[in-house]
Design a protein around this ligand. Structure first.
Ligand SMILES: Cc1ncc(COP(=O)(O)O)c(C=O)c1O
Length: 414
């Protein structure tokens, strides 16, 4: 089974093979958008843009389309029911939403374990709970593995631990962090888990039920969709959260009580095109005839992982060989180890200088801390303007990776 790259690329109108085309290697910042997503947003706005909740036909159509968005995302992540999908503008807002809604269910002295390698979106809202008397235990990076280790988590768990929050893939390191052992550890101690899947979801098939996670957050604008985001919660967990909407909204109005003022309808509907694309991509990448939609998506992501590993290896091989370059994250391109989000620094040269030298070559990469500021500071990389980060998506070609390598060859000054 191998990725049908020409089909994949044909689905993204922004991609082009013209000589002056941009090479998009900032996909961990934001992916390109499927044409079908844009078409559905357009269609929604021109044919069903009315307020939900009325009894006339167009209003019921609009409601059906919002529900179709929830159902599509439930299918994508294998949620048990569409109501478990909460929509909002960004993962940052979704985690703040969860923190606000879960805080009233905790008592002073209750504890939350928070990973310190995360994007600030999954740290700040939890640290803010300290003001309510909740104890936040910091889960630091393990210096040997340069990752999060369950053995370290175990030592932070107590009888008062209510929640464990961490990333599934660091947006700096790109390494995969298995969530099942984290979830198992949390559950053994009676705690829930909230996983930041933002850097994972564009690269591997999400399966919230297989993993047993309680909450899961990711951004659709990094998964080939619009600027819109998802908070998944197990139904009974969502039921227990506080109501963030009007006082008369019932506690069992899920996900409505967590979407005050309603989510964006057209973007929710646009998202219906994402699983459809992945199913078709799976079929065109070798899924057997008659395979279920989920099996097709699994084939698509297997093909994506294999293709992305080839891309990553082109870049990592150059970085590994170059003196004075330090890869920040695994040096291996093994798809069991990492996604193709690749960060590095160059001795004696700040990261901004490298990226600005590459900008005129029409290659989109970037530098900085990517809001994982605590991690970048902990690694001692803040003074050098953070890391250079190149991040592939499945629609990138080997030629894209080689173009980056050639550009680095010209610009990296050692
Ligand atoms: C790992 C990770 N978590 C959270 C976020 C925040 O996502 P959003 O931009 O949707 O708020 C990002 C954004 O880059 C991210 O990379």
């Amino acid at each position: 089974m191998s990725l049908n790259l020409s089909f994949a690329r044909s689905q993204f109108p922004a991609l082009s093979d013209a000589d002056d085309a941009w090479t998009y290697l900032d996909n961990a910042g934001g992916s390109q958008v499927l044409g079908a997503v844009a078409d559905r947003i357009h269609d929604y706005l021109l044919t069903s843009s009315v307020q939900l909740g009325a009894s006339y036909g167009v209003s019921t159509l609009a409601a059906e389309r919002l529900y179709a968005g929830q159902s599509a995302i439930a299918e994508l992540i294998n949620a048990a029911r569409p109501e478990e999908v909460v929509f909002g503008p960004s993962s940052t807002v979704m985690i703040q939403t969860l923190a606000r809604a879960i805080a009233p269910t905790m008592a002073p002295g209750d504890e939350v374990v928070v990973s310190m390698i995360d994007h600030e979106a999954n740290i700040g809202p939890w640290l803010a709970l300290e003001a309510r008397g909740i104890i936040v235990r910091r889960w630091e990076m393990n210096r040997e593995s340069m990752s999060l280790e369950v053995s370290d988590l175990e030592s932070l768990m107590t009888a008062r631990t209510r929640l464990v929050v961490c990333t599934q893939t660091s947006n700096i390191f790109g390494q995969l962090i298995p969530v099942e052992p984290i979830t198992a550890c949390a559950h053994r101690h009676g705690a829930a888990v909230c996983i930041d899947g933002v850097a994972f979801a564009p690269h591997r098939l999400v399966d919230v039920r297989a993993w047993g996670v309680d909450f899961y957050v990711f951004s659709l604008y990094k998964v080939f969709g619009p600027h819109h985001a998802v908070l998944y919660g197990k139904y009974e967990r969502l039921l227990a959260l506080a109501n963030l909407s009007h006082h008369f909204v019932p506690m069992d109005k899920i996900p409505g009580k967590l979407q005050p003022g309603n989510p964006n309808y057209e973007l929710s509907y646009g998202a219906t095109a994402i699983p459809e694309y992945l199913v078709t991509l799976g079929k065109r990448s070798g899924a057997p005839a008659g395979a279920s939609r989920r099996a097709c998506m699994a084939v698509a992501f297997d093909a994506i992982a294999a293709h992305e590993a080839v891309l990553a290896d082109r870049v990592l091989a150059w970085l590994r060989a170059r003196r004075g370059v330090r890869i920040i994250g695994p040096a291996s391109s093994d798809p069991l180890v990492r996604v193709p989000t690749i960060s590095f620094v160059v001795d004696g040269c700040d990261s901004e200088r490298i990226v600005r030298a590459i900008d005129p070559l029409r290659i989109g990469i970037r530098f900085g801390d990517f809001y994982s500021r605590r991690l970048i500071e902990d690694l001692g990389l803040a003074a050098g303007k953070g890391v250079v980060r190149a991040s592939c998506a499945h629609y990138n070609t080997v030629a894209d990776a080689d173009r980056l390598v050639a550009a680095l060859d010209q610009t990296v000054p050692c």
